[in-house]
Design a protein around this ligand. Structure first.
Ligand code: ATR
Length: 290
């Protein structure tokens, strides 16, 4: 049965541009409906020019919180009353809670990755050594959160090395000295990976429609590695398929999306979401796109 929002309905707003591809609205709305909660999750496309005005207006409505996505995760910070320490360290916000008229920003992207990792591997990130491919916004949240949660070492490799140097220095300074930049040659990559437990692809390589690409040389994927991808379209990337064929434990990208949403849901409502419902909504939406 479709339930329409009424005057008592608490809104959760997704701000970004474009939002046509987002699976967050059905993921949250499905759980609100299952739990009989009077909430509604609504996507609002907004350009950078109007971001402040739209955010300021919406936050004065009956709003429990916001999710923020590309391209506003950094720019939204200046409009907030408060910032959670991890979000401040990452320098980007994807979740905002509105309470007593005050807005507080969080970042659940890295937490989402860690929770997904722990669910898939039945292990913790503490004390593990990571090889991180890529250096964009997602990589930044993941690397900072891993450092925050006690990763032993994070090797960072990026096509544009200067960005890797910048991120590594920032983590070493702001959190603790646990990162190292990997040189561009295959041998440099091989040496670093040989000392790692986990390989994470945080680049867009392998994403639909270029689904036949690997972000790393095939020979560097050894069976003892845990291999994680943040790409979730396709659900099983070439990297994940290759790794699985070699016997690696794999961590598919959709999990990060589901668990960052679950962490945000808890922040908005104070209630634990139904992970299975969120996961089913996410998977059925992705299946309809394949
Ligand atoms: P997101 O916010 O989703 O992480 P992003 O900020 O655009 O996206 O970052 C994309 C990452 O994928 C970057 O590390 C990018 O490398 P550069 O810093 O050199 O641009 C990496 N990337 C994207 N396409 C790539 C390609 N074809 N080869 C190597 N790296 C690539």
């Amino acid at each position: 049965m479709i339930r329409y929002p009424g005057v008592t309905t608490k809104l959760v707003i997704l701000l970004g541009n474009p939002l046509g591809h987002s699976i967050s609205p059905p993921m949250h709305n499905r759980v609100f409906e299952k739990l009989g909660m009077d909430y509604c999750y609504m996507p609002v496309e907004v350009t950078g020019k109007n971001l402040q005005k739209v955010f300021s207006g919406l936050s004065k409505m009956n709003v429990a919180g916001f999710n923020v996505t590309v391209p506003h995760k950094i720019d939204i910070i200046e409009s907030l009353d408060e910032l959670d320490p991890l979000a401040a360290t990452i320098g980007a916000v994807n979740t905002i809670v509105v309470k007593n008229g005050k807005t507080k920003g969080y970042n659940t992207d890295g937490e989402g990755f860690i929770r997904s990792f722990e669910e898939e591997t039945h292990d913790t990130v503490k004390g593990k050594r990571f090889f991180l491919l890529g250096c964009g916004g997602a990589a930044r949240a993941i690397a900072m959160t891993l450092a925050f949660h006690g990763a032993e070492k994070i090797y960072i490799y990026n096509r544009t090395p200067a960005k890797a140097v910048g991120l590594a220095e920032e983590i070493n300074k702001k959190i603790r000295s646990c990162t190292k930049v990997v040189g561009q040659s295959l041998e440099n990559q091989r040496t670093a990976i040989a000392g790692c437990d986990v390989l994470i692809n945080s680049t867009s390589i392998g994403m639909h429609p270029r689904a036949d690409e690997l972000p790393i040389d095939n020979s560097l994927i050894s069976p003892d590695l845990i291999v994680a991808d943040i790409v979730y379209n396709p659900l099983m990337t070439k990297l994940l398929r290759t790794a699985k064929d070699k016997g690696c434990t794999i961590v598919p990208g959709l999990g990060m999306l589901i668990y960052q949403g679950a962490a945000a849901f808890k922040l908005f409502t104070g209630t634990d979401p139904l992970i299975e419902e969120m996961s089913e909504a996410a998977h059925s939406l992705m299946a309809s796109k394949q």
